[in-house]
Write a protein that binds this ligand. Structure first.
Ligand code: B12
Ligand code: SF4
Length: 520
């Protein structure tokens, strides 16, 4: 029997990390990384597993030194901390294993600090390693020959995490994405054939979250609609589950823009109460989209704007990822991005400089062209050397776009355009349910009002900048006058919270001594 500890190291500040906002509402992390509770569930019962999220609790080195195996996960924005932790564990003679998105694409990054590395999915390799380790004949590197059969993935052990410290929960329906974007490492790791769990697995996962009192969950799929036919079956069962249980969950997720081409899928997602979807739009520049093989965004089925508006009209808020610095981008791209996002009414837009992740086709192409900066932390924030502008122009343009997007006036103009002018039918699915269940509606309205008051008080008490507090009050008041609805009010308070993080991040980027944070 082994004493196993699996750690999610501390994150550096990032766009989605919400680090500037979380303390305002008494939370320590946005959501638990999905691999921790999953790896625990994959561990044979003869071993004991302890999960530690360093974003939630500090590491206890003495405790770690007693473990038989310490495992680390991590993304690019955790690599420095992973390195530090591994160095300390090595010093203490601890046996270490590393897996997750970063080591998967940068296998040699930790050198001898890691005794074993795992490349990609680990549903088969993790139990295999434990069996090998027990017999004293483990390999230094594990990689599955076949992609994971998602119908066999167990229910994550959320009970081993301190769930009360997270803002949201996480649940996974599928892995893989059928598209072929040149910069994307997801398809390199998880493949282009979407693989789904069964409805029974998903519902078991939701029940496990409910047992932890989680009400908002991120569906952490690479692309929820990678296999539209199969996901529709799942969504129908999810709707039945929501109906039968009084709509216990609000969801948000990630999907590709072709969502707008399928009315039935849109309706099912709305009915399942998926309230926001993150879409990789990347660029209003068609040439850049073609260059990067994002062909799903340039299909002759209407403009990108029309498609975004269609998703919004159905009742799902669109969040998006945008990229500047493609080979077909010159310095006019920055204004084009700003203009596009304004017209698209997208408040929550993560803009990043094109970055070449190792193992992607983009990385291979740029290496061949001699256009890669090999520094671990490139001076200009990305390892890509742009074609039609200087590195300074790219960096400064990116920082300025971020800064401009999150100026309160610009941000709330986008938000008000969507919620006050267009009056996006937010939460249309659950509202249909509430019309049939007025008692449930009343309970939720009351609950939302209480949450709104709590959130409002926290924001007003904890945001140090008086001008921002005034701005938020003004916008909330405007909302209340035009759309007095407790459900939308809570959402708006969340949007203020998110704004606070993004605004602070953008300001820090623009500061003279600010560290350049890219989305990679
Ligand atoms: C959902 C998601 C998010 C969510 C949730 C993040 C979270 N905290 O959990 C949100 C939207 C908040 C998010 C944010 C960010 N994300 Co993100 N995200 C994803 C996505 C789509 C799925 C991740 C997931 O939960 N998968 C499901 C779990 C079960 O899979 P897994 O973690 O890969 O684990 C499996 C294996 O890797 C392995 N494994 C993992 N760890 C370990 C450890 C050991 C010891 C072992 C044995 C095995 C093992 O076993 C698991 C089972 O097979 C991935 C893409 C992808 N498919 O990887 C990007 C991805 C991980 N994100 C990425 C990035 C860059 C970010 C941000 C930094 C972006 C930004 N600038 O804001 C932020 C970080 C914010 C933060 N502090 O949380 C990158 C990382 C790049 C890299 N190669 O390192 C990815 C790969 C996407 C991409 N290419 O851009 N993200
Ligand atoms: S749509 Fe998203 S997940 Fe799919 S290949 Fe493109 S970037 Fe990757």
């Amino acid at each position: 029997m082994a004493d196993i500890v699996i750690i999610n190291p501390r994150f550096e500040v990032s766009y989605w990390g919400m680090e500037h906002a979380l303390p305002l509402v008494g939370k320590r992390a946005n959501l638990p990384v999905a691999c921790l509770p999953l790896l625990a569930a994959l561990t044979p019962g003869e071993h004991t597993v302890t999960l530690i999220d360093e974003n939630v609790e500090a590491l206890n080195w003495e405790r770690l030194a007693r473990a038989d195996v310490v495992g680390l996960t991590g993304m690019s924005v955790q690599r420095h901390r992973m390195h530090e932790i591994l160095t300390e564990l090595k010093r203490r003679g601890v046996f270490t294993v590393v897996g997750g998105p970063w080591v998967t694409v940068q296998e040699d990054y930790f050198g001898d600090l890691a005794d074993v590395i795992f490349i990609g999915e680990a549903e088969e390799t993790w139990p295999q390693f434990l069996s090998d380790w027990k017999q004293g004949r483990h390999a230094p590197r594990y990689e599955q020959a076949e992609k994971t059969d998602m119908t066999k993935v167990p229910t994550p052990r959320f009970d081993l995490l301190k769930m009360r410290h997270y803002l949201f929960g996480s649940v996974q329906f599928s892995r893989g994405c059928p598209f072929q974007c040149e910069f994307c490492d997801i398809i390199v790791t998880f493949g282009r054939r979407p693989r789904l769990k069964t409805s029974a697995q998903v519902i078991a996962e939701l029940e496990a979250l409910r047992a932890q009192k989680i009400e908002i969950a991120f569906i952490v799929d690479d692309n929820l609609i990678g296999n539209k036919k199969a996901v529709k079956v799942l969504l129908r069962d999810l709707i039945a589950y929501q109906e039968a249980n009084g709509y216990p969950f609000d969801f948000f997720t990630e999907a590709s823009l072709d969502l707008a081409e399928d009315d039935e899928l849109l309706r099912l997602m709305v009915d399942a109460n998926i309230i926001s979807v993150f879409i990789g739009i990347e660029s209003p520049n068609e040439k850049s989209l073609r260059e990067t093989k994002k062909f799903q965004n340039v299909r002759p089925v209407g403009t990108i704007l029309e498609r975004v508006h269609k998703v919004q009209r159905a009742g799902i808020e669109v969040w998006c990822g945008m990229i500047v610095g493609f080979d077909n981008d010159d310095t006019t791209i920055f204004d084009a991005q700003r203009q596009f996002l304004k017209e698209a009414r997208i408040a929550t837009a993560m803009v990043g400089m094109l970055a070449a992740i190792p193992k992607t086709p983009l990385h291979a192409r740029l290496a061949e062209e001699g256009r890669l900066d090999s520094a671990d932390e490139p001076e200009y924030g990305t390892n890509v050397i742009p074609l039609q502008m200087s590195r300074e122009e790219l960096r400064d343009g990116y920082v300025k776009v971020m800064r401009d997007l999150y100026e309160p006036e610009a941000y709330f103009a986008r938000l008000e355009e969507l919620y006050l002018k267009e009056r996006m039918p937010y939460g249309a699915g659950v509202r249909r349910y509430w019309r049939r269940h007025p008692w449930s509606w009343l309970t939720m309205q009351t609950k939302n009002l209480v949450s709104a008051v709590v959130l409002f008080v926290r924001l007003m008490r904890n945001i140090p900048e008086g001008d921002l507090r005034r701005e938020y009050r003004k916008r909330l008041w405007r909302l209340l006058k035009s759309r007095p609805d407790a459900n939308v009010l809570v959402l708006y308070l969340f949007k203020c919270l998110m704004h606070y993080h993004q605004y602070t991040l953008a300001r820090q980027l623009a500061a003279e001594d600010g560290r350049l944070v890219n989305t990679f």
